[in-house]
Design a protein around this ligand. Structure first.
Ligand code: ATP
Length: 333
C-alpha cells in the first residue's frame, strides 16, 4: 500500500468534498496481465473528467473499481469522500453508473424500468411516479414510455439508462463510453445531456475512445496507456505537449515555390505538391512574424494554412499507435 496521504479535503462549511474522485497508485491485474499499473487521479467536484484510451487500456476496469463493482489489488481511492474499499455503501449512495454494463431491462417498458429504480431507491410510490415521469419527459421518452425498452433505438436506450441513474440523484456519474455506437445526431444529443448534468453541479467521469468527445466535454483529460496515465491535463495542455504545429504554404507557380523554398530557413519541402511547411506554434504573434517576413521577401503563396496539433495527434503520440490516420486537420485562414 502506498504511504501517500489521500486528498480528501472538504470545503469548510458543507458536505461536498473538493475532490469528487481521488485515487493513488491504483493497481489491478488479471492473472499475469497488469491492467492498471498504479494510476493516480484527482477530479474536482462539478467538473467533467475524461479517461481516454485505446481498446483494452483498462478504462472500464478503472470505472469498475471506482464504482465498487470490483476491488483493486493495490492503492487507494476515495469517491465522494468515501473509501471504495472500506465504505463501498457510502460510495454507492453518491454515484450513478451507466455505460457498457447497462441497467436497462429490455423486457419491460421504459416507465417500468424507471419505477423499478425508484423502488430500489426506496422512494414512496407517488414520489417514484413523479420522479419517473419528470425524468422520462426530460429525456424525451414520454411517448415511448409504455413500450418495451427492447424496441428502443440505441440513443433512446442510453437516454433511459441515464434517466434511471438520475432517479437516485447522484452527485457523481460514471459514464462508460456513453456514445459508442451512436449515430452523430444521438451523440450530439448525449453531449447536450452531459452538459446539462454538469450545469446542475454533477461531477462526470467519462470514459471514451473518441478524442473529439473528450475535447468537447472534458475539463481535464487523462490518457491511459499500458496501465499507466501517459498524460493528464486540459485538452489545450495536452495539445501543447506534442510538437507538430506548422504553417503550410502552397504555390501554383513553380518559380515562386523555388524562390520561397530557398529563402526560408527550417522549412520542409514537398516539391511535387509545391508546398512548404514551416514549424510554428500557431500563435497570432508567430503567424504575424511569418507573414511580415514573407512580405519583406516579396513571396506570395497561393494558400496559407495553419495546422495545430489536435487530440488525435496527442493520442497517437502518447499511445504509440502506428495506425494513425494520415490526416491533417487544418484551419484555413
Ligand atoms: N474479468 C476479467 N478477467 C480477465 N481479464 C479481464 C477481465 N476484465 C477485463 N480484462 C482485461 O483487462 C484489459 C482491460 O479491459 P477494460 O475493459 O478495462 O478495457 P477498456 O479500456 O475499457 O477497453 P474497451 O475500450 O475495449 O472497453 C483487457 O485486456 C481485458 O481483456
Amino acid at each position: 500500500m502506498p504511504s501517500s496521504v489521500m486528498p480528501t479535503s472538504r470545503n469548510g462549511n458543507d458536505q461536498e468534498p473538493l475532490s469528487a474522485v481521488s485515487a493513488v497508485a491504483l493497481r489491478k491485474s488479471y492473472g499475469d496481465k497488469t491492467v492498471l499499473d498504479g494510476i493516480d487521479l484527482r477530479i474536482p467536484s462539478g467538473s467533467v473528467f475524461a479517461l481516454l484510451g485505446p481498446n483494452g487500456a483498462g478504462k472500464t476496469t478503472a470505472v469498475k473499481i471506482l464504482s465498487t463493482l470490483i476491488r483493486a489489488d493495490g492503492g487507494q481511492a476515495q469517491v465522494a469522500g468515501h473509501d471504495v474499499a472500506t465504505s463501498p455503501d457510502g460510495v454507492r449512495a453518491a454515484i450513478g453508473v451507466t455505460g457498457q454494463f447497462s441497467a436497462v431491462d429490455g423486457l419491460i417498458t421504459g416507465e417500468e424500468n424507471m419505477l423499478l429504480m425508484a423502488d430500489l431507491h426506496h422512494l414512496p410510490k407517488q414520489e417514484g411516479r413523479r420522479v419517473a415521469a419528470e425524468l422520462l419527459e426530460r429525456f424525451d421518452l414520454t411517448e415511448a414510455a409504455r413500450k418495451p425498452a427492447s424496441t428502443y433505438s440505441g440513443g433512446m436506450k442510453r437516454r433511459l439508462d441515464i434517466a434511471m441513474t438520475l432517479v437516485g440523484n447522484p452527485r457523481i456519474i460514471f459514464l462508460d463510453e456513453p456514445t459508442t455506437g451512436l449515430d452523430p445526431r444521438s451523440r450530439h444529443n448525449m453531449w447536450g445531456i452531459i452538459r446539462e448534468l454538469v450545469a446542475d453541479g454533477v461531477t462526470v467521469f467519462l470514459t471514451t475512445q473518441y478524442l473529439e468527445e473528450a475535447d468537447e466535454l472534458a475539463d481535464r483529460i487523462a490518457v491511459l496507456n499500458d496501465g499507466k496515465i501517459a498524460a493528464e491535463g486540459t485538452a489545450e495542455e495536452l495539445k501543447r505537449m506534442i510538437p507538430g504545429g506548422h504553417i503550410r504554404l502552397r504555390f501554383t507557380d513553380p518559380a515562386a515555390y523555388q524562390s520561397a523554398a530557398s529563402a526560408l530557413r527550417e522549412v520542409t519541402r514537398d516539391d511535387e505538391a509545391l508546398s512548404l511547411q514551416i514549424p510554428s506554434d500557431g500563435t497570432q504573434r508567430e503567424l504575424r512574424s511569418i507573414l511580415d517576413w514573407l512580405d519583406s521577401a516579396d513571396i506570395e503563396a497561393d494558400e496559407l494554412t495553419v495546422h495545430t496539433p489536435d487530440l488525435d495527434d496527442v493520442f497517437f503520440a502518447l499511445t504509440g499507435g502506428t495506425d494513425a490516420p494520415n490526416k491533417t486537420k487544418e484551419n484555413v485562414r
